[in-house]
Design a protein around this ligand. Structure first.
Ligand code: GTP
Ligand code: MG
Length: 209
């Protein structure tokens, strides 16, 4: 994983045809921590216990094959009205107009009851015709039963809102839960690598045996 650039808006995003996967969710839900866990690099994306840490669109290149994008969180109450409007404009432009954006992961805190803000965001993604999945974060912080309970309630709400995310993942940045499944899933969305061409060089290794 390598850091590429921090962009303030769509225009400042790097010209690239690499498939892109973006991570969004409420401020403090654990986006940057999840990205560090996926990349197995502690300080790649900046994290903080205070909400509102990530303010720009941050691009990371993974295996020279795809871009992982860390987005600022929504619902950060301390943001001024004008900053919130700028956020809405810039992030919605990125999400709806970035041509190489393949999939959006909407992060939802597994510790809490379903939140209207998360459901509205999922609804907006679906209305825009964007492909998205849900990731429940911080699963290490509650009992398995509680996580399952919150997740089930959230899924029921999704159904009530007629929302159909592609996949649902359960992750913890602390225990690395979900890392393998999520990376494998992303890998399956990438264009197939061309198979190695058979070599037409004569192999005379057997002569040396
Ligand atoms: P903004 O950039 O402010 O929108 O926040 P963010 O969504 O990027 O959250 P961030 O990764 O900075 O994490 C917020 C806080 O939650 C930090 O104190 C993290 O250490 C903590 N945290 C994130 N993920 C986990 C997790 O899986 N388990 C536990 N126990 N703590 C977590
Ligand atoms: Mg962040």
């Amino acid at each position: 994983a390598q850091f590429v650039i921090s962009a303030k808006d769509l225009e400042a995003c790097p010209a690239s045809s690499l498939p892109e996967f973006a991570f969004i969710g409420r401020s403090n839900v654990g986006k940057s921590s999840l990205i560090n866990m996926l990349a197995a690099k502690k300080e790649l994306a900046h994290t903080s216990s205070k909400p509102g840490k990530t303010q720009l669109i941050n691009f990371f290149k993974i295996n020279q094959a795809w871009h992982l994008v860390d987005l600022p969180g929504y619902g950060y109450a301390k943001l001024s009205k004008s900053k919130q409007q700028a956020f809405n404009r810039d992030i919605s432009a990125y999400l709806t107009e970035r041509t190489n954006l393949k999939h959006i992961f909407l992060l939802v805190d597994s510790q809490i009851e379903p939140q209207g803000g998360d459901l509205s965001f999922a609804e907006w993604l679906q209305q825009c015709g964007l492909s998205y999945s849900i990731i429940f974060t911080k699963t290490d912080r509650s009992s398995e039963i509680q996580v399952a309970n919150h997740a089930q309630r959230f899924v029921e709400e999704l159904e009530a809102w007629a929302l159909q995310p592609t996949e649902i993942f359960y992750c913890s940045a602390k225990t690395k839960k979900g890392r393998g499944l999520l990376l494998q899933w992303i890998d399956r969305q990438l264009p197939k690598k061309p198979k190695k061409k058979p070599t037409n060089r004569l192999n005379l290794d057997w002569m040396q045996r």
